[in-house]
Design a protein. Structure first.
Length: 573
């Protein structure tokens, strides 16, 4: 098998070839490898598996299953693990500041392990929100042949004859605070909402980025919507291990696959599925790793011309399992390509183009999850970009399932999420309010927290359509209602959101794509003169370091100069 590979051009030659590498080889002999096995390409199996949440509990087993595929293809698998921070557990307290930071740590840790050990290829397994873009960012940064594997979603829970997800639990907290349900309902829901292994089942951040993996070409076709408990996930892992060996032979790398056109395809899928607004944060960060300019504004432009096609929670009726049974991401892309909404000539990890992969899919007219692109749920995508005097650098809102697209109201200002949540819990938010939560941006948080606890509580109180919420932080993909995130410049940078006061009028038009602060320019100038930067409690450690390096949300909240500043690519060492 090893004759297929010219190790003289592979990174692993630095740790396995020649007399001077005898000390290095001694370590491999210590682990039971033979001389022939050491002569094979070394393939990293990076797993985000751990016991922190059900999103991650099957990943190590899937990564280990991939060993068989790598070995059958003539490679030598080398597994290692990276961290995760699981949003569902980090949500609603200071732990959420660690979430977005973990994306960078995941990418960095994979980079360092691959660089340090000179691995030739990478198969990455991720399950929870930030671990998906973190894994794909590392692939693009290293640019060695790579395949991304999603661990799969959780099956829906059942409560009183209906499917439920963890979002129902967040929202029942709001109903309980509003005295609209007994505590027994809270306990009953929390026990059945998450029935086993896998990531959150709706079109939240994990499933959104799993769809991105297929749309952008880094994942095997129709692999990512398979639920975590299904035994076919093992077969997918084996197939990924085998296919990455073919990518080494053909020298097909992530940057060959993830072109500007591929990123446009990915953005289309986010909008068409009513996906997480976090997609508009992660796609620019991934593009940055490939040296491609693809900002929030580019993403928003694509969103504007993309129809909403997949009827998925939280805005719709179905979960990832239903999407899988309906035919998966490729069934969606089948109808989108037929209407000219995708670039079919993009290369994928199969070695074929997206269009060639889609040719093998037959449209299923009987399924109810994915609408024909000729007759979409709505003509506008499920996610919309905004810009205006309150957000000169842009903002983002998920409109999937929303009845109203315009809102004008009176500002109610909070300088952290905890204060806003306390006001919601105390029923101290009036209908018609625009709740402003600021100093929660990438620098100001630091860490750009998600606000699911607050938005879900509002929705649970029946105020999802009568109150708007604006933040320089983020929203969970599970958020629904008039919730606008990524407002930039952020408050910590002195953006207009820092100047808003209680009682100001804010106008939002998701149809026109505008968000404006209705305050006289002279008054704003007075406020700006009186404004001073804030300090936060994180003056050492990882969060401090992140705050020093992180860039704006519109550019992906990245922490390093990216591929445009490279003098070499790891794959070519």
């Amino acid at each position: 098998m090893t004759q297929r590979f010219d190790k003289s051009r592979l990174p692993s030659r630095h740790v396995s070839v020649g007399p001077e590498r005898a000390p290095h080889r001694s370590y491999y002999y210590a682990m039971g490898l033979s001389e022939e096995e050491i002569a094979r390409p070394f393939v990293a199996l990076a797993s985000a598996g751990n016991d922190s949440a059900p999103c991650n509990t099957t990943l190590d087993a899937q990564a280990d299953a991939a060993r068989a595929g790598v070995e059958a293809g003539g490679g030598m698998p080398r597994r290692f693990n990276t961290i995760t921070v699981t949003d569902g557990i980090a949500m609603g307290h200071q732990g959420m500041k660690s979430s977005l930071v973990s994306r960078e740590v995941i990418a960095d840790s994979i980079e360092l392990s691959v660089r340090g050990h000179c691995y030739d290829a990478l198969v990455g397994f991720a399950g929870c929100d930030k671990s998906l873009p973190g894994m794909m960012m590392a692939m693009l940064r290293l640019n060695i042949p790579s395949i991304f594997v999603y661990g799969g979603s959780i099956l829906p829970g059942r409560y009183e004859g209906r499917d439920v997800t963890v979002v129902d639990v967040f929202e029942v907290v709001g109903r309980y605070a509003a005295k609209a349900c007994p505590i027994e309902e809270v306990h009953a829901l929390e026990k059945v909402a998450c029935p086993g292994h896998g990531a959150c089942g709706g079109q939240y951040t994990a499933n959104t980025m799993a769809c991105v993996g297929e749309a952008i070409g880094l994942s095997l076709p129709n692999s990512n919507m398979v639920p975590a408990p299904y035994t076919s996930r093992e077969q997918i892992a084996v197939a990924a291990g085998a296919q990455v060996m073919e990518l080494i032979v053909a020298n097909i790398r992530p940057r060959d696959i993830c072109t500007r056109a591929a990123f446009e395809n990915a953005a289309r899928i986010v909008a068409a599925t009513g996906g997480s607004t976090n997609g508009a944060l992660h796609l620019p960060a991934m593009a940055h790793e490939a040296g491609i300019d693809f900002s929030l504004h580019d993403v928003a432009t694509i969103f504007k011309s993309t129809p909403y096609l997949a009827d998925l929670k939280p805005g719709g009726r179905f979960v990832a399992k239903d999407m899988y049974e309906a035919g998966g991401v490729y069934m969606l892309m089948k109808t989108m390509l037929s209407e000219g909404l995708l670039h079919g000539d993009c290369l994928t990890v199969t070695g074929r183009t997206l269009a060639e992969n889609i040719e093998q899919v037959t449209w299923n007219p009987d399924q109810k999850v994915i609408y024909d692109a000729k007759a979409p749920i709505t003509r506008t995508g499920g996610v919309v970009g905004l810009r205006g005097s309150l957000a000169p650098d842009g903002a983002i809102v998920k409109v999937a399932g929303m009845k109203r697209l315009q809102f004008a109201g009176t500002a109610r200002v909070f300088d952290c999420e905890e204060d806003a949540f306390a006001a919601v819990e105390a029923r101290d938010i009036a209908e018609g309010s625009v709740v402003v939560i600021r100093y929660e941006g990438p620098k100001g948080g630091p860490g750009m927290r998600e606000m699911l606890s607050t938005t879900a509580a509002l929705y649970g109180q029946g105020m999802g359509e009568t109150v708007a919420l604006i933040t320089d932080g983020r929203f969970s993909g599970a958020t629904r209602g008039f919730c606008i995130g990524h407002v930039g410049p952020e408050a910590a940078e002195g953006g207009p959101i820092a100047l808003v006061e209680d009682g100001d009028t804010i106008r939002i038009d998701a149809e026109a794509g505008t968000i404006d602060l209705d305050v006289d320019a002279a008054i704003l100038a007075e406020r700006r003169a009186a404004w001073a930067p804030r300090t936060n409690d994180y003056q050492s450690g990882a969060l401090w370091r992140y705050a020093q390096n992180v860039g704006p949300a519109w550019a992906g909240a990245v922490t390093h100069p990216g591929a445009k500043s490279e003098t070499h690519v790891f794959a070519d060492i």
